[in-house]
Write a protein that binds this ligand. Structure first.
Ligand code: C2E
Ligand code: CA
Ligand code: CA
Ligand code: CA
Length: 279
């Protein structure tokens, strides 16, 4: 007798079946106990290039899947968006991060900003923001310790709800950064519509420093734009000394990139940046 799995086999090409199974398994893994499923996060330092000091950190999610091994956040964030799990995933992440910040505040006097990535769909989601603010209260996290990075997997809608949520964040003192600035959907018009106070210059501009005059000119004008509207600036993907020197010479001094550090586990971050600097 033909069972369900036989008809499944004849219908799908083996390759399709493999990617279909992966998609289903990934979606399955996005529910339930995320920690037990292999989720964790790393922290990448943001450094003041003039003094060499730590000024903050960005949270970057990681997933070592029990079956597929390491999965890129680009893949699982997309899957979470499509399957409706992005809010629960991000709330889980916030709870983990807030607990850690509190512990570091008590242990080391930690007082720097931690940036958390948020997709456009979350920004328009009032249920998620209720949860987000509730978690901040629950863990007694001062808003000055938190930054939201608006990631660009989809276009940010100009909905009243998005604007309302961002204004609420701003009024509390949460910093709002626009990610990957100068690329894709991360548009100049966001700067006038939303209460953005930081711009993250995409690594595609940084990597062309010293190679392409036109890109250098665009980079300089992005820096000028940010300064003229009083936005803070972070340069992403700084890998080489020459890049850092060019940026410093052009009045952009906060860096994130492999030149300083890759994203670190909580344990490594604490050992390298907190036990030495905050004690
Ligand atoms: P992103 O927000 O632009 O994060 C920066 C990415 O550049 C990270 O990749 C980081 O590991 C990488 N990177 C840092 N320094 C350097 C460098 O010097 N050179 C190069 N080539 N790369 C560098 P990662 O961790 O693979 O994350 C990819 C993207 O996934 C992130 O891009 C972000 O859009 C998204 N993502 C990661 N975690 C989360 C999350 O918790 N929530 C959401 N919504 N998105 C996330
Ligand atoms: Ca980011
Ligand atoms: Ca980025
Ligand atoms: Ca990016």
């Amino acid at each position: 007798a033909k069972n369900v799995s036989d008809s499944f086999h004849s219908f799908f090409h083996p390759m399709m079946r493999a990617s279909y199974n992966r998609k289903l398994a990934i979606e399955e893994g996005l529910t339930g106990d995320l920690k037990a499923n292999g989720f964790y996060y790393t922290l990448q330092p943001q450094i003041d290039g003039n003094s060499g000091e730590l000024i903050g950190a960005e949270v970057l999610s990681r997933w070592v899947h029990p079956e597929f091994g390491e999965i890129s956040p680009l893949e699982f964030i997309q899957a979470a968006e499509e399957s409706g799990h992005i809010a629960s995933l991000t709330s889980h992440l916030c709870a983990e991060v807030f607990a850690q910040i509190k512990e570091w505040e008590e242990k080391f006097g930690w007082n720097l900003r931690t940036a958390i990535n948020m997709t456009p769909s979350l920004l328009g989601n009032p249920v998620f923001f209720d949860d987000f603010f509730r978690l901040m209260e629950q863990f007694k996290i001062h808003p000055k310790l938190i930054e939201i990075e608006i990631t660009e997997q989809a276009e940010l809608s100009y909905s009243p709800q998005t604007l309302k949520n961002l204004l609420l964040c701003k009024s509390k003192g949460i910093s709002i950064a626009i990610d990957d600035f100068g690329t894709g959907f991360s548009m100049i018009s966001y700067l006038t519509h939303f209460p953005i106070n930081k711009i993250k210059i995409d690594k595609s501009f940084v990597e062309k420093i010293g190679q392409d005059r036109k890109s250098e000119a665009v980079l300089k004008s992005l820096i000028h734009l940010a300064k003229s509207i009083e936005c803070d600036l972070v340069a992403e993907g700084v890998e080489q000394i020459e890049e850092a020197e060019f940026l410093l010479a052009n009045d952009c001094s906060i860096f994130q990139g492999y030149l300083y550090d890759k994203p670190l586990t909580v344990i490594d971050f604490e050992a390298k940046y907190l036990q030495t600097r905050f004690e």
